[in-house]
Design a protein around this ligand. Structure first.
Ligand code: FES
Length: 199
């Protein structure tokens, strides 16, 4: 009887081993959790800022489609050759024709403000007070005048941008439309909101 009771009482060595294991386990758990928490983006973070893929194959020349990134409209315009030619014709009418202000990532080519000249990828938010400019590819429409070669018109206070999102002089918007970070995943798809694969 006495012998049995003695067997059930853990020795000092056993107690120390158990204590060390428990503390060690807590330590590992505490160390692992911050790593997992920072490694896995939350659903909110994903919906707020995760990059978005846009397929270009169905976008006909001359047309525009709208994607969304970080709650903002992203305009994607498939420019025709005629549209690209028009970009060279109105520099004197533009506020920042060479895109010298930081409204685009450094890898964007001028004057097309694009990676592939055929596609303009631009944030559809007016740089005056944030309205959504309207895509107006029509040439010399009555309401925009005989010099209009296509671009974007902001209905809120009349700002005008060309087909590269460059702002015209004499309008309320102070700067060109913003080009978001993006890259081509392949010939027909882009990733908006990331630029990690840009060389
Ligand atoms: S918000 Fe576009 S012109 Fe004012």
């Amino acid at each position: 009887m006495y012998k049995q009771k003695i067997k059930q009482i853990p020795s000092r060595r056993q107690l120390l081993t158990t204590f060390t294991s428990v503390i060690g386990g807590i330590g590992i758990g505490a160390a692992a959790f911050p790593f997992l928490a920072s490694w896995q983006p939350s659903a909110k973070a994903k919906s707020a800022g995760a990059p978005v893929r846009v397929e270009l194959a169905q976008l006909a020349a001359g047309k525009m489609m709208v994607a969304e990134w970080r709650g903002r409209p992203i305009y994607i315009v498939h420019r025709t050759d005629a549209m690209l030619k028009s970009l060279r014709q109105q520099d004197s009418l533009l506020s920042d024709p060479n895109s010298e202000r930081p409204q685009q990532p450094g890898y964007i080519s001028r004057p097309t403000r694009s990676i592939d000249a055929s596609y303009l990828i631009v944030t559809g938010v007016c740089t005056h007070l944030g309205c959504a400019p309207t895509y107006r590819p029509d040439i010399a429409p009555e309401d925009l005048g005989s010099n209009w070669l296509g671009g974007f018109y902001c209905p809120c206070h009349g700002s005008k941008f060309d087909l590269a999102g460059r702002v015209f002089k004499g309008v309320p918007a102070p700067t060109n439309l913003v080009i978001p970070p993006h890259y081509y995943e392949d010939k027909n798809s882009i990733i908006v909101g990331d630029e990690q694969e840009i060389a």
